[in-house]
Structures are given as structure tokens and as C-alpha cells.
Design a protein around this ligand. Structure first.
Ligand code: SF4
Length: 246
């Protein structure tokens, strides 16, 4: 991608001269921090016993679309399984479908989804290059936060998606996704800028803001861009064979 096109996407992101100067000189301002050793194993990741734990993509998709494990099946238009490259090196995980996603059956397609797409393009990716999924596969009514029991009942599906994609790096998009995935109530601000580990396989995971939050708080977009630069840096270290987590 040319610098001009990237800058156009950065402008959509609301990233201004700070980043232009950063791109021209020192690309990453955020220091790489030590891996986060104290993250408890996510409840999901106890998944070996759930029936979906050994399924391939199509049976897994079929199981999700017929799922009635929690009451969200009563109000959904359809399940929202996930989209993108099934062998992607990058996986982005949000919290749950919203109204647009419920209608279209695809994650991150509304205004927030368009901003996520711009964020990906600013990093040099098309949506098809990465895999995008949510913690919940059905829309919570009124876009309320997922309930813990809903996230728990749905988690085996996401864990299996992660196993099938086997990404080099996971990006948790937003506070709810990050807290669910990492089984913590730590504030998002304190989760950013670190490499966390997810589940018994120790998938490297970093955290950034949800694009819906960035639409409400455009002043935070620059921090989101810092997160993505940090993610790129971590990814490069992973690809070079460096161990980024304990
Ligand atoms: S949210 Fe998950 S667990 Fe609940 S009905 Fe939908 S697919 Fe099943």
C-alpha cells in the first residue's frame, strides 16, 4: 500500500499529524512491555470436554447456527459465526453482534465495522486477510453487554475457531471482549500495551479499543493506532521466532 493510501485510511481513523510525523520518523512510540504472566486461564479454555472441540469448520458453523444453549437464540435474526481467512495469522475478536450484524450475519459490518475495516487497511490488510469473530454469536437485545453465562455457554465455539485458525496473534477489540477472553475485570487502559496469553495453548493476545467506542470518543483514536502499531511490532517479533510471552 502506498503511503498516500495509508494516510487516507489513517485520516478515516482520525489519526492526525502525530502519526504522520511518527510514520516519517520513529514508527512506534509505545515501548514493548513485558508479557503479562498473571492472566488466569479463561473459563473457556477448559474446552476439551465440549462437543464442538473437535469439529471442523462446516460442522462447527452448522452447530452454531442451530444453537439454543442460551436465551439469545430466542431474539436473534440469525447467528453471526465469523468471517475472513480461516488460516489467518491475525484474528480480531469483538464482543457480540449488533443490529447490523444480526441482520447481515457478518461481524463488524455497521459503522463500527467500517471503522475496523479502515483500521485494518491502515495496517495494510483487507478484511479477507484476517479472521474476525465475536465472543457471542447472537445479538444481545438492545446491544446490552453479554451476560457471563451467555459468554460461558458460547465460549466453546470461539475457542474452536481459534484452534482452527491458529493465528500468530489475537487482537481483542474492546473492553468487553478483552475482559471476557482474559477472565479479568481489569480496566482496558491497563490491559493495553502488553502481550497477554490466552488459554492453555498460550495464544498471544493484545488489546485495543472497540471501534464503536472510538466513534463515540474520537479523541481516543490515536491510542487505538498506537495499539495497532504495537500489535504489528509484536507480530514481527513472533514471526522472527522471538518468544513474546513467558
Ligand atoms: S449466543 Fe452462543 S450460546 Fe447463545 S444461543 Fe447464540 S450461539 Fe448459542
Amino acid at each position: 500500500m502506498t503511503d498516500g493510501r495509508r494516510l487516507a485510511y489513517l485520516e478515516a481513523l482520525g489519526v492526525d499529524v502525530y502519526v504522520r510525523r511518527g510514520l516519517a520518523r520513529a514508527p512506534v512510540e509505545m515501548p514493548v512491555q513485558e508479557a503479562h504472566p498473571a492472566v488466569p486461564a479463561a473459563p473457556a479454555a477448559v474446552a476439551g470436554a465440549v462437543p464442538e472441540a473437535s469439529l471442523d469448520w462446516e460442522p462447527l458453523r452448522a452447530m452454531v447456527s442451530a444453537c439454543t444453549r442460551c436465551s439469545l437464540h430466542e431474539t436473534r435474526t440469525q447467528t453471526v459465526f465469523g468471517v475472513g481467512n480461516p488460516s489467518a495469522k491475525w484474528m480480531f475478536i469483538g464482543e457480540a453482534p449488533g443490529a447490523d450484524e444480526d441482520r447481515q450475519g457478518e461481524p463488524f459490518v455497521g459503522r463500527a465495522g467500517q471503522l475496523l475495516t479502515s483500521m485494518l487497511k491502515a495496517m495494510g490488510f483487507a478484511r479477507e486477510d484476517v479472521y474476525i469473530a465475536n465472543v457471542l454469536k447472537c445479538r444481545p437485545p438492545g446491544n446490552r453487554d453479554p451476560k457471563p453465562e451467555e459468554a460461558l455457554r458460547c465460549r466453546g465455539y470461539l475457542d474452536r475457531q481459534i484452534e482452527l485458525v491458529a493465528p500468530s496473534l489475537i487482537v481483542a477489540v474492546g473492553r468487553i471482549a478483552a475482559q471476557n477472553l482474559l477472565a479479568t475485570d481489569t480496566a482496558l487502559a491497563r490491559l493495553r500495551g502488553k502481550v497477554h496469553t490466552l488459554g492453555p495453548r498460550g495464544w498471544p493476545l493484545i488489546v485495543t479499543y472497540h471501534p464503536a467506542y472510538l466513534l463515540r470518543s474520537p479523541g481516543e483514536k490515536r491510542k487505538a493506532w498506537q495499539d495497532l502499531l504495537f500489535a504489528r511490532q509484536v507480530f514481527a517479533r513472533i514471526e522472527s521466532g522471538e518468544r513474546v510471552v513467558p
